[in-house]
Design a protein around this ligand. Structure first.
Ligand code: CO
Length: 211
């Protein structure tokens, strides 16, 4: 049996185990999805969104890319956000980074990786902006971990500055943006306490009037 066939064997075992607990699970799910959360996380294989927070299919709307970057020109991420907020009416957007992120590490070094260097460019800019504070950290791994946190904090700001989020607030639709970080070494998720739940929490320069 080759490796890909194993994936189908795993799939049948997984779906059977869910049906044992709730025979109607997939039938109910096929009718609609009503997730309360949008997860924006890293594509890293060690950070599987649903598993980390113990949520079943249907409970988490997910967008993942290298280093959990939110760019105002990225139609992919913005479309996921727009659909999640305007159509699914999620209540929380959770940006989740992780310690030891290879994307963040690459943005701190000079080695060329190829196309992904361009993707990571705004993290390189952030590293340059924060270089004086980061230089105080003597340990290289601790410096990377701090950069992983700073990256989440920057992406939370980017999410909350979008017209998608601000228009939800204009409509009095409850929507909160959170920044979490996950430890690959211990499996623990940590809240970075940078929660934004209204326009008064974002700088005046980024506040948008109603459409
Ligand atoms: Co990563």
């Amino acid at each position: 049996m080759n490796n890909l066939q194993q994936l189908f064997v795993n799939n049948r075992e997984w779906s059977e185990s869910i049906k044992q607990q709730d025979p109607e699970f997939f039938t109910k799910l096929a009718r609609q999805q009503a997730p309360e959360y949008l997860w924006i996380g890293c594509a890293d294989s060690r950070v599987p969104a649903n598993e980390i927070v113990g949520l079943l299919p249907g409970e988490l709307f997910v967008h993942r890319n290298i280093a959990n970057v939110v760019l105002h020109t990225d139609l992919n991420c913005l479309s996921v956000m727009q659909f999640a907020v305007d159509v699914l009416k999620v209540k929380h957007i959770i940006v989740t980074g992780h310690y030891g992120c290879g994307g963040v590490r690459a943005a701190m070094r000079n080695k060329q990786l190829g196309l992904s260097d361009g993707w990571l460019r705004t993290i390189r800019d952030l590293y340059y902006e924060e270089r004086h504070k980061l230089k105080q950290i003597p340990d290289e791994e601790a410096e990377l971990d701090r950069m992983c946190e700073l990256n989440v904090i920057r992406q939370v700001a980017n999410v909350s500055h979008t017209s998608i989020v601000q228009n939800a607030w204009h409509r009095d639709q409850p929507l909160t943006v959170h920044g979490f970080i996950y430890g690959i070494k211990d499996g623990h998720l940590k809240d970075l306490d940078v929660t934004v739940s209204g326009p008064e929490q974002i700088p005046a320069q980024y506040r948008l009037g109603p459409p």
